[in-house]
Design a protein around this ligand. Structure first.
Ligand code: NAD
Length: 498
């Protein structure tokens, strides 16, 4: 059976802990490979390799670092088909979706190619007699990334592309459910010209995460995953004096106004709710319809659209979505569907018990649709992370907008309307980090920045874009004095007192 390796100091190395996790083929339910789960010592070895590579990399001129990113982008494009196939085979998303995962990562690499421009400091000439003030953005040192299973290419690249372009070296701890693509990314990064040790990958579970959070040589940790773990990572990491950004779970709401283009809204939301089997933190699993007629028309059209979806194996080019990642996750999602029924919501399409001929043990779930979901239900308050859309009925925009604002999660939300004033007001007022106006999945472009609010993010700096550069650098401000005559001839006077 294939065994995934760690990637430390520029080499693929076998795990030594004796502990391993199983990687499934979500189409068949079979175990296709194993992944070593690192000990703290193995994490220490990765950190040591990153620390050794740090001085040279941090002092490499920014343009040369950017050239490595530029070469990396080219290699990713050349290897797109193989990477998408590998990603899809472990995650369960269909090939086109897997290619999208990689493309969104490439977008961030492309952004990182321009980081020298953002890393420039500021300069004030003549802040006092012979005095200039300037600032520089320096790398933090060794950084780490801990990533979830659902975007095994994009999310690692959000982190290491920006961190390394800024001059940091990096230890990545990818999800143990689909670790092969992150490993391949590290190989390609070296092929692109990154020196050994600049990017290391260590596989593992809580033991490895804790070793990262406690390691004195790691200066910053970027985490993406579920909220309870994000909060834990934030608390433990900050208690150890590290800079932490920790993105958590989500439950995004789409508001459908009576004046929305209904056909377009249904088409958009069917993709946003069920695409990638709902395993996206920017999925749209709650539709809030405004007014009875809107609600009736929406559910009627949505049930037809959802029924028309094809659930298939990952390599089926006609499939809209594939299996979920594991049997345990399938069970969790199906339990939430039962919970919704028990709580009194109307299950008008039930995706449980969905099987495919020849793939009876695959982790497939058909699309499910609930109507008349209410905010007091636990199935509404929790993140389900599966192909389940819940319709909540509201009477006014005010009532509808209060739902995402008051929900514990605040990652993304969207409004579907033809009224610009209502959209503008909603975007300005809603208590959520990323907002779409007639855009179902408002993931910001790589040169903007990604991050939610409330329990969707702990810490105050977002991923990629200028915020990403701020996260991965620290500012130093220098006040220098070169007066006419000899330095030291005059007593120093604070410039503002002149
Ligand atoms: P997860 O929280 O189970 O795992 C994330 C990472 O944490 C993995 O690397 C895992 O090994 C590690 N981990 C798991 N249990 C741990 C523990 N007890 N202690 C320390 N580390 C632990 O998340 P997942 O199931 O891989 O991913 C899905 C979740 O990620 C969803 O909640 C989804 O909304 C969220 N997500 C959020 C964003 C965002 O940007 N806000 C993006 C993608 C995914």
């Amino acid at each position: 059976m294939r065994e995934v390796r760690h990637f430390i100091g520029g080499e693929a190395v076998a795990g030594t802990s004796g502990n391993s996790g199983e990687i499934f083929n979500p189409n068949t339910g079979e175990v296709q490979a194993t992944v070593p789960l690192a000990t703290a010592e193995e994490v220490n070895a990765a950190v040591a390799a990153a620390k050794e590579a740090l001085p040279d990399w941090a002092s490499t001129n920014p343009q040369r670092r950017a050239r490595v990113l530029f070469n990396f982008k080219g290699l990713l494009e050349q290897n797109m088909a193989q990477l998408a196939e590998l990603l899809s085979s472990e995650h369960g998303k269909v090939i086109a979706d897997a290619a999208g995962d990689i493309q969104r990562g490439i977008d961030v690499v492309e952004f990182a190619c321009g980081i020298p421009h953002l890393q420039k400091g500021e300069y004030t000439e003549g802040a006092g007699p012979g005095i200039d003030v300037y600032s520089m953005r320096q790398p933090l040192g060794v950084g780490a990334g801990i990533t979830p299973f659902n975007f095994p290419a994009m999310i690692p690249m959000w982190m290491f592309a920006v961190a390394t372009a800024c001059g940091n070296t990096f230890v990545l701890k990818p999800s143990e459910k689909d670790p092969s693509v992150p490993q391949r990314l590290a190989e390609l990064f070296m092929e692109a010209g990154a020196p050994a040790g600049v990017l290391n990958v260590v596989n593992g579970d809580k033991t490895a995460v804790d070793a990262i959070l406690d390691h004195p040589d790691i200066k910053a940790v970027s985490f993406v995953g579920s909220s309870d773990i994000a909060q834990y990572v934030y608390s433990r990491g900050t208690a150890n004096g590290k800079r932490i950004q920790a993105m958590g779970g989500a439950k995004n709401h789409g508001i459908i106004m009576p004046d929305a283009n209904m056909e377009q809204a249904v088409q958009d939301i069917v993709g946003a709710a069920y695409g990638s089997a709902g395993e996206r933190c920017m999925a749209l699993p709650v539709a809030v319809t405004v007014g009875k007629a809107t609600g009736d028309e929406f559910t009627e059209r949505m049930v037809e659209a959802a029924r028309a979806l094809k659930v298939g194996i990952t390599t089926d080019p006609d499939a809209h979505y594939g299996p979920v990642v594991s049997a345990a996750h399938k069970e969790r999602v199906e339990n939430y569907i039962q919970m919704g029924v028990d709580e009194g919501a109307d299950l008008i399409l039930d995706g449980r018990g969905h099987t495919l001929q020849g793939y009876e043990n695959g982790f497939f779930i058909g699309p499910s649709l609930f109507d008349n979901v209410t905010p007091d239900m636990r199935s509404y308050n929790d993140e389900i992370f599966g192909p389940v859309l819940q319709v909540v009925r509201a009477e006014s925009l005010e009532e509808a907008a209060a739902l995402p604002s008051q929900h514990q999660y605040g990652n993304g939300t969207a409004i579907f309307t033809s009224n610009g004033r209502a959209a503008r007001e909603f975007a300005a007022r809603v208590n959520v980090g990323m907002v779409g106006v007639n855009v179902p999945i408002p993931v910001p472009m790589s040169y903007h920045t990604f991050g939610g609010w409330k329990r969707s993010a702990f810490g105050d700096t977002n991923q990629h874009g200028p915020e990403g550069v701020r996260f991965w650098t620290k500012v130093k401000t220098i006040t220098q004095r070169w007066p006419k005559g000899n330095v030291g001839d005059q007593a120093f006077i604070i410039p503002t007192m002149q």
